[in-house]
Design a protein around this ligand. Structure first.
Ligand code: ADP
Length: 498
């Protein structure tokens, strides 16, 4: 770069100055001398590269030409102050415009060279490119801002502390939960804010700051001053800095008192229900068991009356006696049904692997006479193994198949029994070609003693389907049907897979 001309230059002087000239010329930062009007007088290669111009192009221009317009006044003000002797030199961050139009961030350091009479001669400027540093700083600021915003608006009580437990960031929910404002917490130490914190928590913080996360889904904390219990779901996680060291911890808190109280209430209700259910079952068992005795006596006496004094007491007495006999035997039937219902839970066997083919065949064996009498055809496709109570599963098949035979039409009954796998259970289907059931009665028929026919039309007590439902519910399954009047019926039920 051409040096400002000095008439007194001697060759010795030149040799002494050469190293400095080289240092300027080959410097990695831009160096220039600038005239008092702002025109470039000398400039090195680094500055040309920075601005994208050749030396020749720049020598015809001023620094004002390449300065970003918004930054010009600040620079000119410094120049003015320096010329007025208020400053000996200045540093500033400003922007240049590259020849191709993009913006370059620089740090400018300027000093003023004066002659012997203190008259200003020219400026010496050093220009360092900080575009990349600025970009990184901007990106950092953006991501720090994003993090701050993210934590602030997170829909949970979250706080971030450094290693000394000073609060760095907190969410709005955190402020709400602790009833504090942002300014009184950010930058303050947790230990100052909560000086009476128990030793337990201090130990927990220590462990987390050693890098071990901790948490508790339902932690019962010391109750409120009014004695109301408080539960928190909390988690403490260490966070790591760029070097991989624990930089502090992140706290997550959630007041779960309402949920815990609701759960406790639910558990209490379930226990109450189980207790009253088992009391009811016990009552039904005892009542039906104990009632059998006097009922047997009534039925026995009525039978004796009938056999000893039949045809002797007159027609109306005979009729009354057969009413008593009939009533007593119906009552015995009903009591037996009630007993069966109460025994689904009280006399249940533990679950085991049950071959549904065997359970179904055992039921068919019990119904053999009825099947033969009705000339029914029974189609049994290969059934799976299930988990359950062998006797009770057989009972389901027996009740459904006997209904299929009982509620028949003119033609011989046709019954098919199938099973398909649905999710984690087996879905069984017992289909018949009988009288069918109108859809509005589909729910009714599963109730105890609910029937759609009189005993004269079809014998029965209305307990079979209720019993099936109770057994299936004990196996965590469901029972339902598809049917319409006159078009047969399919009863579906689910049982757990083996
Ligand atoms: P019950 O057969 O002793 O009446 P259930 O509880 O087994 O008792 O059946 C209840 C009612 O559901 C029956 O009275 C009958 O009206 C109807 N029902 C049950 N199964 C069938 C079927 N396969 N086809 C038509 N109706 C049926």
């Amino acid at each position: 770069m051409p040096a400002p001309r000095n008439k007194k230059t001697s060759s010795v002087y030149d040799i002494r100055l050469q190293p400095f000239r080289d240092a300027v010329e080959y410097s990695a930062i831009g160096i220039a001398t600038v005239g008092l009007d702002g025109s470039w007088i000398t400039l090195n290669e680094a500055l040309c590269n920075l601005l994208g111009y050749t030396q020749k192009e720049l020598l015809g221009r001023t620094f004002q030409d390449v300065t970003y317009p918004d930054d010009l006044n600040a620079d000119l003000e410094k120049v003015r102050q320096m010329l007025a002797g208020e400053l000996t030199h200045y540093h500033m961050e400003k922007r240049y415009i590259h020849k191709d139009g993009h913006i370059i961030w620089i740090i400018l350091s300027v000093s003023l060279v004066r002659d012997k009479e203190r008259e200003p001669l020219y400026f010496v400027s050093q220009i360092q490119d900080i575009t990349q540093r600025k970009k990184v700083a901007d990106e950092l600021a953006t991501s720090a801002g994003l993090l701050k915003e993210f934590i602030k608006n997170t829909p949970a009580a979250i706080a971030m502390c450094d290693r000394d437990m000073n609060y760095l960031h907190v969410s709005d929910r955190w402020l709400l939960a602790y009833g504090v404002d942002r300014d009184s917490i950010i930058g303050h130490s947790h230990y100052d804010l909560f000086p009476h914190q128990s030793e337990r928590w201090n130990k927990i913080y220590e462990r987390v700051l050693e890098g071990k996360p901790e948490g508790c889904a339902e932690d019962e904390l010391p109750p409120c001053p009014d004695g109301t219990p408080v539960w928190f779901n909390w988690e403490l996680l260490p966070w790591h800095n760029a070097k991989g060291e624990v930089g502090g911890l992140i706290q997550f808190n959630q007041n779960v008192t309402q949920q815990v109280l609701a759960k406790q209430e639910l558990e209490r209700l379930i226990q109450d229900l189980e207790r009253s259910n088992s009391e009811l079952e016990q009552f039904a068992y005892v009542a039906s068991h104990d009632m059998q005795e006097p009922l047997r006596a009534v039925a026995g006496c009525a039978e004796i009356l009938k056999s000893r004094f039949g045809n002797q007491l007159g027609e109306s007495a005979d009729e009354l006696i057969s009413h008593i006999v009939d009533g007593a035997s119906r009552m015995q039937g009903l009591i037996n049904d009630l007993l069966q219902i109460s025994q689904v839970s009280s006399q249940a066997s533990p679950f085991e692997t049950v071959d549904a083919n065997e359970a179904c065949r055992a039921a068919l064996l019990n119904l053999d006479a009825l099947i033969k009498k009705s000339a029914a055809s029974i189609e049994l496709t290969n059934l799976p193994d299930v988990m359950g109570d062998r006797t009770q599963i057989s009972q389901i098949f027996q009740n459904l198949i006997s209904n299929a035979l009982k509620y028949r039409q003119e033609e011989a009954p046709q019954v098919t029994i199938k099973a398909t796998k649905v999710n984690n259970c087996w879905e069984f289907a017992v289909t018949d070609n009988g009288i069918g059931i109108a859809p509005e009665f589909h729910h009714k028929i599963f109730g105890i003693f609910q029937r759609l026919h009189t005993r004269n039309d079809y014998p029965g007590t209305g307990i079979g389907l209720a019993l099936c439902k109770k057994i299936i519910e004990r196996h965590s399954g469901e029972i339902w049907l598809k049917s319409s009047l006159g078009k047969g019926a399919t009863f579906y039920f689910t049982l757990p897979q083996n």
